[in-house]
Write a protein that binds this ligand. Structure first.
Ligand code: 2IO
Length: 402
């Protein structure tokens, strides 16, 4: 039946506005098959949650092909058992407590430095002038990498992220992405060697000094985790920030409320993550035949969880297509925890380790920008455009302010 529906997730029509297609997908094609990539797409909240939390039925094997070539080793989401528990704990430690406290200072400093040149102009492209460099600078501070190299690292990051988030890569682009990954690896090796000898308080040093089973991690293991953090921290950040501002500008009453009371920002950020999750797809591999209400996924097949569709499932969220930071079903207090109703951070054993960091990052920068960008509005003639199937966000966000 799906093959005859005439509908494709790979069509330009879907790319232009996936949200328009989600109701029909959830209702009529809840287990949609794409023959050209031999993959299944699940869109109901219940089904997505099941795929992400049934670790026996669905594995992260897909990342061996989709991520490992550019990550140069296994990322956290690929690991299982004792290795996963131990290494996840090491990375969590790098993003909580004192480390997070220091990161908030760095977030503040980077935001202040990057917005300064635009304040006298009264105009900024929140994606390209600010968000993208901001996301990379903050990540470099976390890792303890030199911001003098930020343009080069940003270019390598783009290539690596392109590899992971492109549904069907051409051989030419694939080669470009692999070159980026190899050059970044060559850049990191001497830095890792040096941090082993003289560790600082950055995340790379933490990875160098941490022990798993009484043994220090190899260069390959550290490089993969550094790449993992680089992509996971930098790729969704500018998108989330721009989406937050877009939704607040589109909803002036809610914008006025968060201006009056910045304590509402976590709710506005959580609702942004529900309404327009920057990570739209999470891949898994079915380990055995999996029967859903709308069809069967055969053992060995790739299943993509459609986070954007699940987050607007009317079974879970009332009036799901409305942006409302006060919605009672958002569960604001739980929105950045394992009990979150929205699935923007995934679910289950591999749920995002950077959740607290992501919240602190967007909250800090938004609380800082809101008072600076007075009477913020879209620039005259600005046309809003989103791009991306895997990670998705505004292409640009030209704002005027006074
Ligand atoms: C980096 C896709 C931006 C992760 C991935 C290979 C593994 C994992 C994710 C997120 C976000 C990125 N998957 N982070 O979806 O670490």
């Amino acid at each position: 039946v799906p093959a005859e529906s005439g509908f494709s997730i790979l069509s330009d029509d879907f790319a232009a506005d996936p949200y328009r297609h989600f109701p029909r997908l959830r209702e009529q094609l809840p287990v949609h098959y794409e023959p050209s990539i031999n993959s299944y797409f699940v869109s109901r909240h219940h089904d997505v949650k099941r795929v992400l939390t049934d670790h026996e039925g669905f594995s992260t094997e897909t990342l061996q092909e989709r991520a490992e070539p550019v990550m140069r080793g296994p990322v956290l989401a690929q690991m299982t058992g004792a290795e996963h528990t131990a290494k996840r704990k090491i990375v969590v430690r790098g993003f909580t407590g004192q480390a997070l406290h220091d990161q908030v200072r760095a977030i503040h400093a980077n935001a202040a430095e990057l917005i300064a040149p635009f304040l006298p102009q009264g105009r900024v492209d929140l994606v390209n002038d600010f968000g993208k460099p901001f996301a990379v600078h903050v990540t470099l501070d976390v890792l303890g990498l030199d911001k003098a190299d930020s343009r080069q690292i940003a270019a390598w990051h783009s290539g690596i992220a392109e590899f992971i988030t492109t549904i069907a890569l051409t051989p030419e682009r694939r080669r470009h992405c692999m070159t980026c990954a190899e050059e970044l690896e060559a850049y990191l090796v001497p830095i890792i060697e040096q941090r082993r000898r003289r560790p600082g308080d950055d995340l790379i040093s933490m990875l160098c000094t941490a022990e798993f089973d009484g043994i220090a991690m190899s260069n390959r293991e550290i490089i993969a985790l550094v790449n993992n953090v680089l992509v996971a921290a930098a790729e969704p950040a500018d998108k989330t920030l721009a989406l937050l501002f877009k939704h607040l500008i589109d909803h002036p009453a809610q914008l006025a409320e968060v201006r009056r009371d910045p304590a509402l920002l976590p709710a506005a950020i959580a609702e942004t993550l529900r309404y327009t999750p920057p990570v739209q797809l999470i891949p898994r591999q079915a380990e055995r035949d999996a029967v859903f209400a709308g069809g069967t996924v055969p053992a060995g097949a790739t299943v993509f969880c459609m986070i954007g569709a699940a987050n607007r499932d009317p079974e879970v969220f009332a009036a799901p297509d409305a942006f409302d930071m006060h919605r009672p079903d958002l569960g604001t207090a739980r929105a950045f925890t394992a009990a979150a109703q929205h699935l923007a951070f995934g679910a289950g054993l591999h749920q995002c380790v950077g959740t607290a960091f992501a919240r602190a990052e967007i909250e800090t920068v938004a609380a800082m920008l809101l008072p600076l960008l007075d009477e913020v509005r879209f620039s005259e003639g600005f046309r809003y455009l989103e791009a991306g199937l895997y990670t998705r966000g505004p292409v640009s966000l030209s704002l005027d302010f006074t």
